[in-house]
Ligand binder design. Structure first.
Ligand SMILES: Nc1ncnc2c1ncn2[C@@H]1O[C@H](COP(=O)(O)OP(=O)(O)O)[C@@H](O)[C@H]1O
Ligand SMILES: [Mg+2]
Length: 503
């Protein structure tokens, strides 16, 4: 074992961010004595004593500017409220911290705004784009955060007591019309920015009251971005592109947080811009290129009286009446979801969806056994499956398998990730998939290989010139569909990307 002195401190990262006008410094450190890194936030300009003083002014603030939480979601109300809280806070600062001026006053005021109408101490991690998850596990321990590169870290933010967590959960709920209390101690809610919040109360949760926030990803994944970070090889990505171009339906499976939905999003840049796309999801996760004709639909939970529920199944049925060419299904869970998915494929739509399963074989097992239980023979309506995988200890995500579905409904794995040397090995040659592509696209076996190679080259070019955001990536692919020769010419001559290139 390495010799680790307890006073060893390794800085893993340092950056600053802006949390609603409040300047925040973030330091991530690994100390020799600890098992997980520390995530430390500091607010330059606000000392501990000042912070405590400001916190003690809460009730006086509420008296000065009453807040109606049910209207906080309304932008006009929030803007106006923010202004009122700002001026009230300045009056209080003058009263209790006389002599505070200019910038310092603004900083203190921003802190109070976050405390009164924002998420208080959670506002800084919420504003941190490097974080995926924020977890409040009762008041006995500090808040944990999941950093995209570093993984779980223990923060220096600690809830003062159980009540404060309860209050916070309640106020989050009130904003989005959900309730949490002793009779309904579990809450799932979605914030206006698309982040997902789950809260549970003691004693259902034994550690104390909890809040878990899964942050909304603002920069959606695209295929060149996944090629760039090694999630998938350009060849497999090229084959997926060819499948999508030929309207072949695909399923993406994987474990929790393995990257299924991200991969679905990443694949969407291959949709021809001439198609009408409808997506159905439980929470808004997908972001497609702006140039598409795209209708995004979300499910809704029942209200406290049990009314108004809209299920994924309802949305799928409804989507089919809106004449889509392509349907995206967030996550298939029930027998009805699966039936509708196959119904959609059989009536001539290309369907792309995710499902929870560990590998290609397991995906077929999941689909053909209770509770989903579709007849195995129906599976062959799906052309291929992608299995997403998260390697926990190495903190990387990879396409574990890419498989075709045989006529019998079984999976035939074509590619599998080799963990040892981080490569994608070809296990077998496609049979059914090439037949289907031949049928729809009229391509010979050799032409299929050439097309895959061509697409892989384009993806490499996109990766090289960092065309990895959803709009630019979608733009390049759309240009390829419209004027293939021109795009190939640019790629062959290795011309650097600009959005003027195709004009
Ligand atoms: N290939 C990838 N490389 C790096 N991070 C990824 C990758 N795929 C997903 N992520 C990140 O992992 C988290 C979970 O991804 P998500 O697609 O929601 O998983 P799932 O749908 O399997 O639950 C997100 O924060 C996402 O940004
Ligand atoms: Mg998902």
């Amino acid at each position: 074992m390495a010799d680790v002195k307890s006073d060893d401190v390794k800085i893993l990262d340092h950056y600053s961010l802006n949390a609603n006008g409040l300047h925040v410094e973030v330091d991530i450190k690994q100390t020799g004595a600890e098992f997980v890194p520390n995530y430390e936030v500091t607010f330059p300009g606000i000392g501990i004593a000042t912070k405590l003083l400001l916190l003690s002014l809460r009730s006086e603030m509420v008296t000065m500017t009453p807040i109606d939480p049910s209207r906080i979601q309304i932008k006009e109300y929030l803007d106006d409220l923010t202004k009122r809280v700002q001026s009230a806070s300045k009056i209080l600062i003058d009263k209790y911290l006389p002599g505070t001026t200019g910038d310092t006053k603004d900083v203190l005021s921003a802190y109070m705004v976050n405390m009164m109408i924002g998420f208080g101490d959670l506002e800084a991690p919420i504003a941190d784009e490097h974080l995926e998850e924020i977890a409040v596990n009762g008041s006995r321990e500090p808040i944990w955060v999941f950093h995209k590169r570093i993984g779980w870290c223990k923060s220096n933010i600690k809830p003062p007591n159980e009540e404060s967590i309860y209050d916070q959960a309640e106020s989050i709920g009130r904003r989005v019309g959900r309730e949490i209390n002793n009779l309904a101690p579990l809450m799932d809610a979605e914030l206006a920015d698309g982040s997902r919040v789950n809260a549970t109360l003691f004693p259902i949760s034994q550690v104390g009251n909890t809040i878990t926030i899964r942050k909304f990803e603002r920069n959606p994944w695209t295929m060149p971005a996944l090629v760039k970070n090694g999630t998938v090889s350009p060849q497999i990505a090229g084959l997926i592109w060819l499948c999508i171009q030929n309207e072949i339906s695909l399923l993406i499976s994987g474990g929790t947080a393995s990257g299924k939905t991200s991969f679905l999003n990443a694949s969407s840049i291959f949709f021809p811009p001439t198609r009408r796309i409808i997506s159905v999801e439980e929470t808004k996760e997908l972001t497609l290129p702006k140039l598409y004709q795209w209708i995004s639909m979300l499910t809704r939970q029942p209200n406290p009286e049990g009314k108004g529920q809209v299920t994924l199944y309802d949305l799928m049925i409804n989507a089919l009446r809106q004449r889509p060419d392509i349907m995206l299904v967030g996550e298939v869970r029930t027998a009805k979801d699966a039936e509708t998915l196959f119904e959609a494929i059989h009536t001539g739509h290309a369907v792309y969806g995710t499902i929870h399963a560990d590998n290609a074989q397991d995906t077929v097992i999941r689909m053909t056994n209770p509770p989903i239980e579709v007849p195995k023979i129906m599976m062959n309506a799906i052309g291929g499956m992608i299995v997403a995988f998260r390697h926990r200890t190495r903190g990387i995500r990879r396409v574990l398998e890419f498989g075709e579905i045989l006529k019998t409904g079984d999976a035939n794995v074509l590619y599998r990730w080799n963990m040892r040397n981080d490569t994608f090995a070809q296990l077998s040659d496609m049979t059914r998939l090439s037949e289907t592509i031949a049928l729809y696209g009229g391509l010979t076996r050799k032409e299929i290989d050439d097309e895959v190679a061509e697409k892989a080259t384009i993806l490499n070019w996109m990766t090289k010139y960092n065309v990895i955001d959803v709009d630019n990536a979608g733009f390049v692919v759309s240009n390829y569909y419209k004027n293939r020769e021109k795009v190939l010419d640019i790629v062959k001559n290795d011309v650097p990307y600009t959005d003027k290139l195709f004009k």
